[in-house]
Design a protein around this ligand. Sequence first.
Ligand SMILES: Cc1ncc(COP(=O)(O)O)c(C=O)c1O
Length: 479
Amino acid sequence: MIDDSSPLDPADWAGFRAQGHRMLDDMLDYLEGIERRPVWQPIPDAARAAFREPLPRRPSSLAAAHDRFMQDVLPYATGNVHPGFMGWVHGAGTPVGMLAEMLAAGLNANLGGRDHMPIEVERQILHWMRELFSFPESASGLFVTGTSMANLMAVLIARTTALGYEVRRQGLAAGGRQLAAYTSEAAHGCVRQAVDLAGLGGGALRRIATDGRQRMDLEALSAAIARDRHDGFTPFLLVGTGGTVDAGAIDDLAGLAEVARRERLWFHVDAAYGALALMAPDLAPLFRGIEQADSIAFDFHKWGQVPYDAGYLLVRDGERHRASFAAPAAYLRRETRGLAAGSPWPCDFGPDLSRGFRALKAWFTLKVHGTAALGAAMSRSCALARYLEQKVAATPTLELLAPAQLNIVCFRYRAAEADAVNAAIVADLHESGIAAPSTTTVAGKLAIRAALVNHRTRQRHIDALLEAVLRFGAARAKA
Ligand SMILES: Cc1ncc(COP(=O)(O)O)c(C=O)c1O
């Protein structure tokens, strides 16, 4: 007789439910009290070592595993939910998004395909994104891990458009042409990686010089295209940036759209964190021209505050998008009735067949908060960046390294050996738990880079950052 119970469902549902409520309460307590914690703290060697253990062959209780999480994992997380987190470009998430993740995990839906309501939720997000970006009804969209993946997919669609669908059977040899793509020097490194992974070689990407505000120089762009045509290359793709990672610069997207039209290039916009600023009426005009893109890559998990991960690719010509990825297989046969209906499926629009329910946390975030509140949080980040910029400019021991654009400020403490001193200041800030900016290099100088993405950050957190930079800077400069 085969055992009749599931070995993985709780034997005691009442006890499990009580434990589940404790776990939920712990996370709500964590979020409610986040400001009382350090932004980040180093993992003690003992905690790191204690976590290493052999593959568990025997069960342990959920309560025991939860205790380990509370003790060894939760205190040593990245810290991007904390208002003092200002590094890289990390969203903070929201309590609403957290609950949505729990519901999605409960359904355990696979959004690769088939006919079920979770896919309709993802389609609803597509409707909303078409509306936000003024894209046509024929536009397609897909949740992916992040903008790195969305950019790669956009490059693949552009490549297939340039070389013809035959390239999917014969490979790059089918085209018999050397393709060239264009982006600015300030573009994110994943754009080059995408061109490389698309089989074109990273060298096929021309990095065009930028102006004083880190925006792509349109004359240099046109000259590079002309030079490539003269040398026998086939220009095929132009990648604009809507919010550069270093400085928050936004390319002249309308100008780029014009060049792309004239030169018959696929116009892709990497607006990883900036795109959703279209929800903020004061920021939306900065992105004028994005509505003319052939494709847009962006992340809900950055300024959109949806929990990781929730990248998105929006493509104007949905049929071209589908034809660049669809790969029929007998076991994915479509029907007109039953669960196998509902074609085309999301798996026809990208490389993933198994796909989680990312759409639900985006749907909850948009539905519960609305675009006005999300946009207001973005506007406030930019106001805080201007406040930080003014404070830096008014402090003689600090140097502003680039004008604040959007929500990013790059500055540093003035000192001999300034690169080493500022790198040390940033590490001091992290270890103090006061604030977590990151570093970058601006015009050859190491900068403290504050990217204000977190909806919880307030003026007092900027003040705390500055006070600590001055204190650590004075100590480091003396040492
Ligand atoms: C402009 C830009 N593009 C691409 C990326 C990569 O996005 P993701 O980390 O979601 O892959 C980033 C990340 O910060 C970015 O700022």
